[in-house]
Design a protein around this ligand. Sequence first.
Ligand SMILES: *[C@@H]1O[C@H](CO)[C@@H](O)[C@H](O)[C@H]1NC(C)=O
Ligand SMILES: *[C@@H]1O[C@H](CO)[C@@H](O)[C@H](O)[C@H]1NC(C)=O
Ligand SMILES: *[C@@H]1O[C@H](CO)[C@@H](O)[C@H](O)[C@H]1NC(C)=O
Ligand SMILES: *[C@@H]1O[C@H](CO)[C@@H](O)[C@H](O)[C@H]1NC(C)=O
Ligand SMILES: *[C@@H]1O[C@H](CO)[C@@H](O)[C@H](O)[C@H]1NC(C)=O
Ligand SMILES: *[C@@H]1O[C@H](CO)[C@@H](O)[C@H](O)[C@H]1NC(C)=O
Ligand SMILES: *[C@@H]1O[C@H](CO)[C@@H](O)[C@H](O)[C@H]1NC(C)=O
Ligand SMILES: [Zn+2]
Length: 317
Amino acid sequence: MKISALAVLFTTFFSLSMAAFHAPWSRPFTNTSNTIFDSLSCFGPVQKDFYYPRANFPKWLSDITGLHRWPGLSPPYVNGTNFNFSGIPEGPLYTQQSCNVTNHSLCSFDCDLCVGPKDIRHCNHLIQTFDDGPTPDTPTLLHHLHRTRNKASFFVLGIQVVVYPDVFRAMHNEGHFLASHTYGHKHLPSLPNRDIVAQLQWATWAMNATAGVIPKYFRPPFGGVDNRVRMIAERLGLTVIVWDLDTNDWKLTDASRTLDDIYDQIHAWKTSNIHGILLEHDNTMISVDAGIEISNIVGNGNITAANCKDDSAAWYG
Ligand SMILES: *[C@@H]1O[C@H](CO)[C@@H](O)[C@H](O)[C@H]1NC(C)=O
Ligand SMILES: *[C@@H]1O[C@H](CO)[C@@H](O)[C@H](O)[C@H]1NC(C)=O
Ligand SMILES: *[C@@H]1O[C@H](CO)[C@@H](O)[C@H](O)[C@H]1NC(C)=O
Ligand SMILES: *[C@@H]1O[C@H](CO)[C@@H](O)[C@H](O)[C@H]1NC(C)=O
Ligand SMILES: *[C@@H]1O[C@H](CO)[C@@H](O)[C@H](O)[C@H]1NC(C)=O
Ligand SMILES: *[C@@H]1O[C@H](CO)[C@@H](O)[C@H](O)[C@H]1NC(C)=O
Ligand SMILES: *[C@@H]1O[C@H](CO)[C@@H](O)[C@H](O)[C@H]1NC(C)=O
Ligand SMILES: [Zn+2]
């Protein structure tokens, strides 16, 4: 799981840089240099211009943050939000690469597959969830879901929302379930409390500023969540949703898994009447192709992650 998750992050940014632009809301980037964005340190040099945010930075957000532009992958904690840190331990921190967690009472999902009492890991329906969007490939999926009158659940990255605001608004207009996947796809248990707050808070701000969505649910990148992260998320009104059925669609990009491997697996689950939360990604064209065919197999209509908990409202605002 650790290695796979890392590969997902890699493929996210790799695929973005390779993306083609066809849909009307996926205009080519203007080459504007943007010194605000920091670098993806793990993966070498970054095409910083690529992350040019097109979403409006509204006045209410300027008033709260004192900033005038969307930040990069590691957004700052903003004092003005008055987050109550009392009772939240400042550690222990563990890294995704080494998973050097020694205390199993931390209830780490990524290291120990431990699920908190309020976390959602399973569903009594077979549902599709897509992480790491919106991207230029998402509209192809949206178009298919529209034609077949199916709904899906999307866990979006704040930084992708501000780079592709029109795609995010299209997801919203189509009535899909929308939740947070943090702002910059960091492994949260590696971060100090203030940076975790910032990752969650800025994702909410991006979703709110772009489509008026204030999320109720979030999926930690790499499944990286422990009790410290849960406490912070809960104070921000966010409930954790992970997954129990991994399509491993990210392996499509290096051909270590084929589309047929995935479809065979989905057919097997469907035939055996296995329910659960399918993990997929809308960050590459091939994973979108897989998502379309899986939707044809699963055909779950208007069932989304909100139905796993009988939640009548998928988000707050
Ligand atoms: C984008 O602009 C920068 C600075 O103006 C320039 O150095 C760079 O070559 C440009 N990149 C492309 C792909 O045109
Ligand atoms: C936020 O508050 C802390 C102490 O409460 C202070 O050290 C820090 O400089 C403040 N940051 C900003 C940006 O005001
Ligand atoms: C902060 O949280 C602690 C622990 O839940 C609580 O006792 C305290 O009253 C809270 N403080 C404020 C200002 O809300
Ligand atoms: C895990 O490793 C990181 C980086 O080496 C370190 O900062 C952290 O304290 C370690 N955590 C534990 C629980 O040993
Ligand atoms: C493990 O963590 C729990 C709370 O999360 C704490 O009560 C306990 O003392 C810790 N044990 C060790 C050995 O650090
Ligand atoms: C959401 O946006 C509205 C403005 O449309 C703003 O007043 C409100 O404070 C924002 N709330 C959050 C949680 O971002
Ligand atoms: C989903 O609901 C819409 C109306 O809200 C309906 O038109 C559509 O047929 C439903 N889709 C399925 C597959 O049941
Ligand atoms: Zn992700």
